[in-house]
Design a protein around this ligand. Structure first.
Ligand code: SF4
Ligand code: SF4
Length: 188
């Protein structure tokens, strides 16, 4: 694991930005490590979630936004439920990922492509269309045959539908996406 360089200058604006977007106060964290102890993905993170919290307190914007951890987080919310200070840590991880994406800093490009494919499916059908999402992800990522061996098994068990099904009100879901895009444009 890389050493954390706390001698870098503190980016106070970044701390305030995360506080504002998440509604959480990272200063409450006293580094007990409970979140990291319960995080199922800690082994894969470059910085465990409690270190992300410490980096946030220290305003280490670049280290955080360039980290793999914020992309590998599965939003399982274990950290949130274990935090004795009632900090919604998982939401902070979400916000960090959103800021990274906005600033075009994506350390795990395949994960971003998966999110894009997932959201495209929700926008189009109002729900996830698994086969389409996987095909879209495989095409975008260049992993053309990834998990293709699982397809026949899953289809045989009737777990997913081969053809897409739109939900009632899918047009309203699409409008939520449009409103979000408009808001993004307004705020640059
Ligand atoms: S939400 Fe993310 S950081 Fe928190 S425990 Fe789950 S995987 Fe780890
Ligand atoms: S569980 Fe809460 S207080 Fe403990 S290290 Fe994680 S964020 Fe900080």
């Amino acid at each position: 694991m890389d050493a954390i360089n706390l001698t870098e200058s503190i980016d106070w604006e970044f701390i305030e930005h995360v506080k504002e977007e998440s509604g959480q106060d990272p200063a409450l964290c006293y580094q007990c490590g409970n979140c990291t102890a319960g995080c199922p993905y800690s082994h894969y993170f470059d910085y465990p979630v409690s270190q992300i919290m410490r980096l946030l307190q220290a305003g280490q914007k670049d280290t955080i936004l360039n980290s793999k951890a914020i992309w590998l987080c599965a939003t399982c919310e274990t950290c949130t439920t274990r935090c004795p200070c009632e900090i919604d840590v998982a939401h902070i991880m979400d916000v960090l990922r959103i800021i990274a994406r906005r600033e075009n800093r994506v350390s795990e490009k395949d994960i971003k492509l998966f999110y894009d494919s997932f959201l495209d499916s929700v926008k189009k059908f109002g729900r996830i269309y698994e086969v389409g999402t996987l095909m879209s992800y495989n095409l975008r990522s260049g992993h053309l045959f990834a998990d293709s061996d699982l397809g026949p098994k899953v289809l045989a068990h009737n777990k997913i539908h081969f053809l897409p099904k739109k939900i009632k009100g899918s047009d309203k879901v699409a409008k939520i996406f449009d409103r979000f895009q408009e808001t993004l444009k307004k705020h640059g």
